[in-house]
Design a protein around this ligand. Structure first.
Ligand code: ATP
Ligand code: MG
Length: 172
């Protein structure tokens, strides 16, 4: 599974921005990681990469925010979801199978209703450095395998440390 390390929130966002530049209508990006892992930092970058202007915050109290860039971005944060059935009340199919990009924080809470084809991104802290994050890219389906290849190409362009998995300020 391809993985990249970042050493600052800006680098995690920059990786998100690069992914945002590659996304197509109908894409689904699932972020999985503990509190404070960096899911929202990554999501903010994706929004930038899609050309969304203005502030992007975690939509914890509303479960979903919509933004408009070159494509609609449906940003879901399921931290406060009590039961997967609440997702049905939200009309999630419109977001997962719609004409925009869906990005889901805490996607592991609704695994049973997620479409099979998607990009799962696991974000983990590494014990040795409090600002280090490991982002593991787990594509499900052909579209997402290609997307991960494209992202690795873009992320590694000009980054001589990429074969050690470093991305961002310490990796260049
Ligand atoms: N390499 C890094 N990448 C991302 N965030 C980092 C990194 N190093 C430190 N941080 C810090 O970790 C925190 C990440 O917060 P963020 O809101 O992005 O996480 P989250 O996974 O969305 O959390 P929550 O589950 O509460 O929504 C921020 O305080 C950020 O400054
Ligand atoms: Mg968040």
């Amino acid at each position: 599974m391809p993985a990249l390390l970042t050493y600052a929130p800006e680098d995690t966002a920059e990786l998100g921005r690069k992914l945002g530049g590659l996304l197509l209508a109908g894409d689904l990006i699932c972020l999985i990681g503990e509190l404070g892992a960096g899911k929202t930092s990554f999501a903010q970058g994706v929004a930038r990469g899609l050309g969304v202007e203005g502030q992007v915050r975690s939509p914890s109290f509303t479960l979903i925010h919509e933004y408009y860039g070159r494509l609609p971005l449906y940003h879901l944060d399921l931290y406060r979801l009590n039961d997967p059935s609440e997702l049905e009340d939200l009309g999630y199919e419109e977001y997962f199978y719609g004409d925009g990009v869906a990005l889901v924080e805490w996607a592991d809470r609704v695994r049973e209703v997620l479409p099979e084809e998607r990009l799962d991104i696991y974000i983990d802290r590494l014990a040795e450095d409090e600002d280090c994050r490991k982002l593991k890219l787990a594509p499900r389906g052909e579209r997402y395998r290609r997307l991960v290849e494209e992202l690795m190409d873009v992320a590694c362009a000009g980054n001589r440390n990429c074969d050690t998995g470093c991305f961002g300020s310490r990796g260049i």
